[in-house]
Design a protein around this ligand. Structure first.
Ligand SMILES: [Zn+2]
Ligand SMILES: [Zn+2]
Ligand SMILES: [Zn+2]
Length: 296
């Protein structure tokens, strides 16, 4: 038989006619026992087929069970996100790329194994650009500057740009790398100013520490007056410097000792009432100062 005759006869094989497989090394063949290499377009399998089987038994790919698995198990389980369509939804080859189209971002391809992996994970097939936009939006929701409303996106991220435009409440529009935005960065001018003001804060703190060391019993108000700050500010810096209790305790100690020296005959209950603290607190304070005092 000549090659042409074989090809003509192969048309009667429904598997071949439907394009299920190809014969790779077709030549003229002297005897029906000649073998040809065939390749399956559905599952990718290659096998040696007797010419006799191809032409008279009209066989196809021996792994046809696998084809059913592709078509009847993977296909029906495939779920698409609502903005995409599957352009070639027949599963016809392991190696083929399957083409999808996103309404916003155009065409994209997925391999069979990618589709299978998505189906196995029970996930929805999504456009890769839409997917990265979702991830980006989720990530920047946790950006503290965006959370606080200090900055916001000038416009929705398009899924492609590495540099995105944002708006700072204080400084207006600025550009930022989207990865940095995802990592929680914000306006550069703001961060520069903040670091400058924290430097200023460190100087204040040094001064406050020095003053507290020089006058351990000074009140916040006193220090605030000297430095031209508000007492709340002094308290804040003192707390940051770890000296918050020192100033306070000394104030209370001063009050306690003054009252005690004014009225050395008072009981703990009387002192407590006047100081607005508990009898227990008076007793422990007296003990610390080495003062003998009656409870009642
Ligand atoms: Zn096959
Ligand atoms: Zn898309
Ligand atoms: Zn700013």
């Amino acid at each position: 038989m000549t090659k042409e005759e074989i090809l003509e006869k192969l048309k009667d094989n429904p598997h071949y006619a439907s394009g299920e497989f190809e014969v790779c090394n077709l030549t003229d063949a002297a005897i029906p026992g000649t073998q040809f290499i065939c390749k399956c377009n559905i599952c990718g399998h290659e096998w040696n087929a007797f010419l006799h089987n191809l032409l008279y038994l009209k066989t196809g790919c021996p792994r046809w069970q696998k084809h059913e698995k592709l078509q009847y198990q993977v296909m029906p389980k495939t779920r698409l996100s609502e903005n995409i369509v599957w352009l070639n939804p027949e599963i016809n080859s392991y190696k083929d790329l399957y083409e999808f189209e996103c309404k916003q971002h155009g065409k994209f391809n997925l391999t069979y194994s990618a589709i299978q992996a998505i189906v196995n994970r029970n996930q929805v097939i999504k456009c890769p650009i839409c997917r990265s936009i979702d991830i980006f939006n989720k990530r920047i929701k946790n950006n503290p500057h965006i959370k606080n409303g200090d900055i916001w996106l000038a416009k929705e991220w398009n899924g492609y740009d590495q540099i995105v435009e944002c708006v700072c409440k204080k400084h207006g529009t600025f550009l930022i790398d989207r990865t940095n935005l995802g990592r929680g960065r914000g306006c550069q001018k703001c961060s520069y100013e903040n670091s400058a003001s924290s430097k200023h804060g460190a100087e204040n703190r040094q001064q406050i520490i020095k003053l507290f060391e020089e006058n351990p019993s000074a009140s916040y108000e006193k220090i605030a007056e000297i430095l031209g700050m508000t007492p709340q500010n002094v308290k804040h810096h003192a707390k940051k410097a770890g000296i918050v209790f020192k100033g306070r305790r000394d104030e209370k100690r001063e009050k306690f000792l003054n009252l005690y020296y004014e009225h050395p005959d008072w009981t703990a209950a009387e002192l407590a009432e006047k100081l607005g603290i508990t009898v227990e607190a008076v007793m422990s304070r007296a003990k610390k100062e080495g003062i003998q005092i009656r409870r009642k």
